[in-house]
Design a protein around this ligand. Structure first.
Ligand SMILES: Nc1ncnc2c1ncn2[C@@H]1O[C@H](COP(=O)(O)OP(=O)(O)OP(=O)(O)O)[C@@H](O)[C@H]1O
Ligand SMILES: [Mg+2]
Length: 146
């Protein structure tokens, strides 16, 4: 492991853009392509938003903790909350599954995280809440499009 950072933010939606940008700034040392950095920002944004709107039910109470570790060109990211937790994680990860359909949620957050990152795991946090772990290789040389 070459570097790491840990960030704790109040669970309010105005902190979501800050968290996303802070993680992106940290990832610059991984020599990312613009596209891959955008993917990371989107995935972090989805995870942090979930903690705020679902974990803490939009109450503004509680904290979201973000830990990022870099090994070479690969970053491992954890987004953790101590909110209500997820009863059935497998079901929650299903595309279009949402417990807040009335709030313009489409149930695509986990699907986006999964497709934008190389790996995604969703686990209960102990003693309560959720921890989302994801990783991605950001190296421009790995890009295989075209
Ligand atoms: N941190 C969390 N704490 C508690 N429940 C969560 C958390 N993250 C996700 N969930 C649950 O998992 C469901 C699916 O999450 P997902 O991000 O895929 O969709 P969504 O947030 O409902 O909609 P979208 O992300 O498209 O706005 C949520 O509706 C919620 O019930
Ligand atoms: Mg979501």
């Amino acid at each position: 492991m070459d570097n790491y950072m840990r960030l704790k933010i109040k669970a309010i939606s105005s902190n979501e853009a800050f968290a996303r940008s802070a993680v992106a700034a940290f990832c610059v040392d991984a020599n990312p392509t613009v596209d891959k950095l955008a993917d990371v920002k989107t995935a972090v944004s989805e995870a942090v938003t979930n903690s705020i709107v679902h974990g803490y039910n939009g109450s503004g109470e509680g904290e979201v903790e973000i830990y990022v570790e870099r090994s070479g060109n690969t970053v491992h990211i954890e987004v953790k909350d101590c909110g209500v937790g997820i009863e059935n994680i497998e079901k929650a990860r299903t595309p279009f599954f949402t417990t807040k359909p009335d709030e313009e949620r489409s149930g695509m957050g986990f699907t986006v995280m999964e497709s934008f990152m190389d790996s995604l795991s969703v686990e209960p946090n102990v003693p309560r809440g959720v921890v989302v772990k994801m990783s991605k290789n950001l190296d421009g040389a790995e890009k295989t499009t075209e």
